[in-house]
Design a protein around this ligand. Structure first.
Ligand code: NAP
Length: 486
């Protein structure tokens, strides 16, 4: 087997995974290029109060690195970040990470079947294989609200939390009520004098349990990891995941009806004031936008210091937000929980493949990749959690692990030595796109709402088939669909 040289782009969950897995294979000829000074990706960028992963902690864990120490069923962001730091250290990945190394370009040289990866500090790395593990939601979307710059208080995006912003006793406006906005709201009701939730569209909320693990339980997990497996692979949890993916792909079936009924009943049962209840009732189907999983949002939104504003924002003024109907909300802090540009992936770094083809050209209509991992004309270039991969309410760690298992089977072919470059054929890619788009339009994500799942043409960019289909697809590549070049 011929040794390969790798660059992994990004030291978040997926990049750390790739590093660990390469070491496991005895491959040490790699570096992880990380644009910032710390690892953790989304768990490094997001530090907002209330940040919680809405996948149960024992399921949001590498399969090979169970963590007996999780404090609760759903865990906070700081604890998750510490987990990734510990795993990266325990599995020996740290020496391979080059921090403050933002990749600016990756260029393929067809004659030599190598990638030249350039970094902002001027360094250049020549490798055989590029693994782009640069994440999905990492370019904050700043809303174009007139007057935003004139605000005298603290205004900032949720993923760029301003630690100097006064929260206790303050009047806080939160623009956006996606997963982020509602978590911030629930964390601040006990601290703020007043919260104005500036809600353009309400969200459906799925009730979930939350509880702390007691020290005796953690001790038991340490003694007997099988107890952790019982949670990670809990049959009810997996049945819910399967039901969910069945539901989103068969939108008039019983699974979707059950999800919708659960969310509707949660709203009816929880919100006492009929006016507020109607403000919080979405006019689209549950799970069309990514479902909010919360055990406490409806409690907090009913607190006396919370006001849900459903009017349109006209402008930001120095002392607050003016609505189109003239209402003025005086504010000290304005949090923009307005989401991310979900179509960027590795960009703005430029990627130039075979024959000078650029990633921007390949993605002129929409970002896509063959089974979310590879692209024609970009040999030996693989994405983890790339476009069109599953992004539903389940663990992206499991997704990345399955994708890695698939990618290594392609790499093994290269290492066997008969070919130096591999990429999907254009026919295979076209067939995948045709099938994917047709299926995506029929998913719940395409049932009539706006969301970050939709690409510029309104097609959902998420995996449009069942979870089992994903697992089966990842088990083994169809090698006929790939072009292996000597
Ligand atoms: P998001 O789901 O895209 O929500 C953005 C919110 O901002 C929406 O309510 C949107 O309203 C609103 N908005 C955007 N621009 C606006 C404008 N100009 N004026 C008024 N409102 C505006 O973003 P997010 O909440 O950051 O969540 C993104 C994703 O991150 C989630 O779906 C999830 O995948 C992930 N996430 C996960 C967790 C977790 O627990 N695992 C936590 C946080 C985030 P409209 O709906 O009307 O567009």
């Amino acid at each position: 087997m011929k040794e390969k040289r790798y660059v992994i782009i990004g030291a978040g969950m997926a990049g750390i995974l790739a590093g660990i897995k390469l070491l496991e294979r005895g491959e040490k000829n790699f570096i992880i290029l990380e644009k910032t000074g710390a690892l953790g990706g989304t768990w490094r960028d997001n530090r907002y109060p209330g940040l919680t992963c809405d996948v149960p902690a024992h399921a949001y864990t590498y399969s090979f690195a169970p963590n007996p120490d999780w404090s609760s069923y759903y865990c906070g962001g700081a604890e998750i970040r510490r987990y990734f730091e510990k795993v990266a250290a325990d599995f020996g990945v740290m020496p391979y990470i080059r921090f403050n190394s933002e990749v600016t370009s990756s260029v393929f040289d067809e004659a030599n079947a190598t990638w030249t990866v350039s970094v902002a500090d001027g360094s250049v790395h020549e490798v055989d294989i590029v693994i782009a593990a640069s994440g999905v939601l990492h370019h904050p979307k700043i809303p174009n609200i007139p007057g935003l710059d004139s605000f005298k208080g603290h205004a900032f995006h949720s993923a760029r939390w301003d630690d100097s912003a006064p929260l206790d006793g303050s009047r806080i406006g939160i623009v956006g009520c996606g997963s982020t906005g509602i978590q911030i709201l629930t964390a601040l009701t006990g601290r703020a004098k007043q919260i104005v939730a500036l809600q353009r569209s309400p969200q459906w909320v799925m009730p979930v349990p939350q509880f702390d693990y007691m020290e005796e339980e953690r001790e038991a997990f340490r003694r007997d990891p099988k107890l952790i497996d019982e949670i990670r692979y809990n049959k009810d949890y997996w049945a819910a995941i399967i039901r969910f993916t069945e539901g989103i792909t068969n939108i008039d079936g019983p699974e979707m009806a059950e999800i919708e009924e659960l969310c509707r009943q949660h709203l009816e049962d929880s919100i006492k004031d009929p006016v507020l209840r109607e403000k919080l009732r979405p006019n689209y189907r549950a799970a069309c936008k990514r479902l909010i999983y919360s055990w406490c949002y409806y409690d907090h939104v009913q607190k006396p210091n919370v006001y849900v504003e459903t009017g349109s924002i006209d402008r930001v003024e120095p002392d607050g937000v003016r609505m189109k109907d003239g209402t003025f909300h005086p504010l000290d802090v304005l949090v923009l929980a307005t989401g991310f540009h979900a179509d960027r992936f590795i960009r703005p770094a430029s990627v130039i493949g075979r024959g000078g083809k650029t990633l921007d050209e390949a993605w002129a209509v929409r970002p896509t990749a063959y089974y979310a991992m590879a692209l024609p004309e970009f040999p030996n270039f693989f994405l983890l959690n790339g476009p069109t991969g599953p992004v539903g309410n389940f663990s992206l760690i499991d997704i990345a692990e399955a994708q890695w298992g698939y990618i290594t089977q392609l790499i093994d072919r290269l290492k066997e030595g008969n070919a130096r470059a591999v990429e999907p054929t254009t026919d295979a890619m076209a067939d995948y796109e045709e099938r994917r788009i047709a299926a995506a339009k029929k998913t719940i994500f395409g049932s009539g709402c706006t969301s970050w799942y939709l690409d510029d043409t309104g097609v959902p960019a998420s995996w449009p088939w069942s979870y089992q289909n994903f697992v089966d697809s990842m088990a083994k590549p169809n090698f006929e669909d790939y072009r292996f070049a000597a």
